[in-house]
Design a binder for this molecule. Structure first.
Ligand SMILES: *Cc1c(COP(=O)(O)O)cnc(C)c1O
Length: 230
């Protein structure tokens, strides 16, 4: 019998639980975001059968299609933000992981205000400094954080990053760097804002175990769940 997304999700979930436990953390501390950007509704349904309930998409059209088909799941937007598509993302995505521009923060705030909601976001940080990666530099994060905290319809839940590929030390440095930055910024926030600023979205199919050891609370896993030849 061929493996399906259900089988692979079950295997990934078991490995995540084991690594989380070995890192001295509890399974409730780590949420698996199944990144379904390369697959259709059928594979999403299979992953749900395997226990998945958080999904990530990087394109507004796919987010709309899948979030509307599976409204009981929690949907995450992890892709590049375009101003004109913000209206399609706000509200549909429970959490936007990839905010790093003030102008987008303002627009998300305005759309959320119109809808009468508060939108949860993460700030995307380019910890490794690689040119190919998007995100704000660690040095600039404090200013963006305080700017976002001044917008009443945004709630900043934490930080997100991507590590360099195929470079174990780079992964460790990137993930521990994000964790340290979160702690530093957390200590500067007023209590009510600090208590919401707890999330670290880091780790993908190839590096999630390192990310969990470094404190990830959200791991974004695509190919290990949805690809037949990962
Ligand atoms: C595609 C993607 C992922 C998942 O990557 P895999 O290597 O397939 O696990 C995670 N995060 C972001 C931002 C992505 O675009």
């Amino acid at each position: 019998m061929t493996e399906t997304a259900k089988d692979r999700y079950e295997q990934v979930a078991a490995s995540v639980a084991e690594i989380t436990h070995n890192a001295g953390r509890t399974t409730e501390d780590v949420t698996i975001v199944a990144v379904s950007k390369t697959v259709g509704l059928e594979e999403v349904a299979q992953a749900i059968e395997g226990g998945a309930n958080n999904f990530g998409e990087n394109r507004p059209d796919e987010l709309m299609k899948k979030a509307d088909a599976f409204p009981d799941c929690t949907w995450h937007f992890i892709g590049n933000i375009q101003s004109r598509r913000i209206k399609d993302i706000v509200g549909r995505a429970s959490l936007i992981h990839s905010l790093y521009e003030k102008k987008h923060a303002e627009k998300i705030n305005a759309v959320a205000a119109e809808m009468g909601i508060v939108q949860d976001v993460l700030l995307e940080v380019n910890v490794s400094g690689e040119e190919s990666k998007s995100g704000i530099s660690p040095d600039e994060t404090k200013e963006l954080l305080f700017f976002c905290e001044s917008l009443p319809h945004l709630r900043v839940r934490g930080l997100m990053t991507m590590a360099p590929r195929n470079n174990r030390q780079g992964e460790i440095d990137t993930f521990s760097g994000l964790s340290n930055l979160r702690s530093e910024l957390w200590s500067l926030l007023p209590v009510e804002q600090a208590q919401d600023f707890t999330e670290l979205s880091m780790g993908m199919s190839e590096d999630w175990p390192v990310a969990i050891e470094e404190g990830a609370t959200l791991v974004r896993i695509g190919r290990a769940i949805f690809s037949e030849d990962f």
